[in-house]
Design a protein around this ligand. Structure first.
Ligand code: ZN
Length: 169
């Protein structure tokens, strides 16, 4: 008999994005992204972090203060890292991301040929940065789709699978 409560593709790829987010050193906002091609292969993955060589212990993760002493000039967003880490042409692919993309990432997403953005949280909706990203996505014909009621089910699946691992060992 086939197992019935397996996770969907959306839950699977957003799960990978969520897992990537756990790698982030940012205390406030952990974001993960996962790019999937039309054959359902993962072709890029990323989370928000500093560029290679920019040490997490010397560069600031602060949100407030003088600009040069905050994270903003230095951090590479999850979507940008996923695009830069990609091993293949991203034309026609789908980006899964745990937070709706900012305007800078929207530009990269559009230019890389990604055709759909699937996201979870949208906590900055209404702020100008995100109005700008929506405006560009609309103009470029990028499909936007929000996953709802997602994390609880994954958490449960995750706990179950950890339990299974414990049971086996
Ligand atoms: Zn961004």
């Amino acid at each position: 008999m086939k197992r019935e409560n397996y996770i969907s593709w959306d839950e699977y790829f957003m799960g990978v994005a969520n897992l990537s987010a756990l790698r982030s050193k940012d205390e406030i906002t952990q974001v993960g992204a996962c790019i999937v091609n039309d054959r359902k292969h993962i072709v890029g993955i990323g989370y928000n972090g500093f560029p290679v060589g920019c040490n997490d212990d010397t560069f600031p993760w602060e949100k407030d203060g003088k600009w040069l002493e905050t994270k903003y000039p230095y951090v590479v967003h999850a979507e940008a890292n996923a695009i830069l880490n990609a091993s293949v042409d991203l034309k026609g692919s789908t980006l899964y991301v745990t937070l709706f993309p900012c305007n800078e990432c929207a530009k990269l997403i559009i230019q890389s040929g990604i055709k759909e953005v699937v996201y979870l949280r949208d906590k900055y909706n209404g702020q100008e940065i995100f109005i700008a990203s929506r405006k560009m996505f609309k103009a470029a014909g990028i499909k936007l789709r929000q996953l709802e009621k997602y994390s609880l089910r994954i958490d449960q699946e995750w706990k179950n699978s950890l339990q299974n691992i414990k049971d086996i060992s």
